[in-house]
Unconditional design. Structure first.
Lengths: 461, 461
């Protein structure tokens, strides 16, 4: 009675995940290709004062930092009130980017195994120049020509989806602490005809990408979020959306959304109390959280050769921790119903821990995240995954996050934690078909979890 | 292999829907009860200038109309830009109500048949005083005591859901043209113990409520939206969420959301160009759309005896039309991916037609809704449902909408209508488990559709 056939996308992805070496690009060839791209595709990035950026300006009335076209994004202020929270009112700079971009991976079968067309892409904010990005990674301003750059390669496969086989297509949020209402379209499209491999692109199996996830700063954020949306290999007999646990999960989300209150409104950046534009950058008076800086970029191997832009430069390395365990033989992850200021809905589900540890000495004790110490003090034998990845290098400067997956202690108590819940992995897969449910940090670490060869990994991939 | 058993909520609701006469309240008893309630529960509602309302005031700087407690709701201005639309920029008053209220129906089995505990409730904006409302209909300000009124009866069943059997619990939007980001929690809870029937309440089967939906201005908006969320009697073998049509539907919604642009921001009400406060009401300079008026209410049989408040008074009766047909034996409805200014996400699915017909002579020809004439000119034999219902009488004054369900002509063309889609009814049921998908007008008319005894009705109820 199983509805999964040899031809189902889930099965085909599972097969691709088992293919640790590619048909089109074996591991040695990949290493050589990456080294060559790193050699040839180099950005020169220099700090430049925000008020001296070409094509960008600081509005004399509001202090907002915007592009002369009015497109791309604008750095504004945000006023936040969270009644009942440990810190219940603050103001901060935020990146306002209402347009929806495309993050798309093109897939194609070679010798019966699905491969992903990956791109060696430099971004100005990357610590190491080239990282592995989806086939297409483009804002609307990119592909509608505001950029005055070259055409985005392979874009047609993702813009005219009616002509192609679409395996996933869903709008997902990005960093809710740094973006106001940003969403990107996560797309997986199967090529139906021949595909020319352009310079800077290569075909990899899911198994190859999963292995690369263990390397620091290689698989970029956009790849990770699209990876998390790959159709799951969950047998239809356990199909999440007809099971009782899915209904209970949705009801818990409703309950949490209904009981939390969040009030946000955009304000002029120069009204963001506690923040100031000084020496060409926007900083917090205590040097906390992040700065907004300007950079000037000279690029090779990218759409345009030279531009200036603002970037958000976080202070300190982030930490994302996910506790996992099996319950009645079913893999579960401990998710957190987390209110963030920039998401459309009041909350999305986040990993067990999501924070910048070095910030907490400066905040009230109640702000210290639950389970932070559980993650920091975990014995080594419980650590299933541990790598540092970069966040989007087109918006953030050297934003790095340590991603840790831990086998939970069976004795872990959730008493007085109504906002945390053990969630079956097949239910997270069902949620990923929709917007507004799993935040970018949760999707990133789920992509890492799916790539594990152990019990949790097998469930999905 | 069907997963529906005699005990499933869906089957129990289907049985309740077939029960045209109630075990607890037969039709004659209902008629007598309603007549008695109408006789005893009377509101006296008088117009009063907005700037002379008790406990409400017009802010001298912004013109916003708000309550002295800062709670309930505020009438503000909204600036709207919809690039590419027939009318691409305007300003308007809007009701800003960020808090989440509860709309809950308590159900209980008598002699093996589920009954709903319905309330005879007066609202100041109702054309006819008493209508049939859910068991509980309360804003957070109501039940947190800002109202200084009596406790809301039966509220405990919906506030402490862990102690009860919850059959549905989902946040749903309300009128996106009149509310900014308002959502209510739609709840269906089964009572596990005895329930005392208080004055003004009575037990009805779903079949009885469905029959009452054919009467004008009786089953109120809040009842209709909760009704639409009743678990569907769709056999598991056709379970929507594992079927291919559901995936295609989600992808279409993503595509439509990604290609539409909407920019809204709250502004002071006195900056809403084209609108003015004159003679104690806010009106459009051409007398179009709606007015915001003040009323003074003396009530009997309600939480508090006397209060003032603003109401939004629309001009003209609304029209909601839904085209339906069978495709390969499966009932489908023609839904419209409709951008509305007040919803959280850029668009939700709306009925085929949703408008106020008398507005269009004053707008550009491109603004006239597709399929409006199809609905207005439909031959009588295609009309499956036709009744006038009231919108929420706690916020709107005499807001009435004609709801029409039509069997579509097989020759109907959808050429050049990427924003319309034939949608299987079992897929709409799957969407209704989530927020952000079906707007209030769609949910209202789906509730009417589910109540029909014909093919479409049988599918759901």
């Amino acid at each position: 009675m199983t509805q999964v056939t040899e031809q189902s996308p889930a099965t085909r992805f599972a097969e691709s995940a088992r293919a640790g070496d590619g048909v089109r690009t074996d591991t040695a060839a990949f290493d050589a290709w990456l080294a060559d791209c790193r050699d040839r595709f180099r950005n020169t990035v220099e700090l430049r004062p925000l008020d001296a950026l070409r094509d960008w300006s600081v509005d004399p009335h509001t202090g907002d930092v915007g592009h002369s076209s009015g497109r791309f994004f604008t750095v504004r202020g945000l006023d936040v009130r969270l009644p009942g929270a440990a810190v219940d009112h603050w103001r901060q700079p935020i990146i306002s980017q209402p347009e929806t971009g495309i993050l798309g991976i093109l897939v194609k079968e070679f010798d019966g195994v699905l491969h992903c067309l990956m791109q060696a892409k430099t971004e100005p904010g990357n610590v190491n120049g080239v990282q592995l990005s989806p086939t297409v990674q483009a804002t609307r301003s990119n592909y509608s020509g505001v950029h005055r750059g070259k055409a985005v390669p392979y874009l047609d496969h993702f813009r005219d989806t009616a002509r192609h086989r679409v395996l996933a297509d869903v709008l997902q949020s990005e960093q809710g602490a740094w973006f106001h209402r940003k969403r990107n379209r996560n797309l997986i499209v199967e090529a139906t005809g021949p595909v020319e491999v352009l310079d800077g692109f290569c075909w990899l199996t899911l198994g190859q990408i999963h292995r690369l996830l263990h390397e620091d700063d290689l698989v970029n954020m956009d790849t990770r979020t699209v990876l998390s949306c790959f159709p799951a290999a969950v047998p239809a007999t356990r199909s999440a959306e007809s099971g009782p646990s899915y209904g209970e999960l949705l009801r818990w989300i409703t309950e949490e959304r209904a009981r939390r209150e969040r009030h946000v409104r955009e304000i002029p950046l120069n009204s963001a109390t506690g923040w100031q534009l000084r020496d060409g950058r926007v900083t917090h008076r205590d040097g906390l959280f992040f700065d907004v800086v300007g950079v000037s970029v000279e690029a090779a191997g990218r759409e345009v050769g030279h531009w200036d832009q603002p970037l958000l430069a976080p202070h300190g390395t982030g930490l994302v921790g996910l506790l996992v365990r099996e319950i009645d033989g079913v893999p579960h992850a401990l998710l957190h119903a987390r209110v963030e200021v920039g998401n459309l809905d009041v909350l999305e589900l986040a990993p067990t821990v999501q924070c910048t540890p070095q910030t907490y000495p400066h905040l009230p004790p109640g702000a210290r995240p639950r389970f932070l110490d559980t993650v920091l003090d975990a014995p080594r034998e419980r650590v299933l995954f541990d790598a540092v990845h970069s966040e989007e290098g087109g918006r953030f400067l050297h934003a790095r996050t340590r991603y840790v997956i831990l086998e939970a202690d069976a004795g872990l108590s959730l008493a007085d934690c109504p906002d945390y819940r053990w969630t079956a992995l097949h239910d997270t897969a069902a949620l990923l078909r929709h917007s507004h449910y799993l935040n970018i940090q949760a999707r990133s670490i789920l992509a890492c979890l799916h790539g594990l060869p152990g019990r949790e990994g097998r469930e999905k991939s």
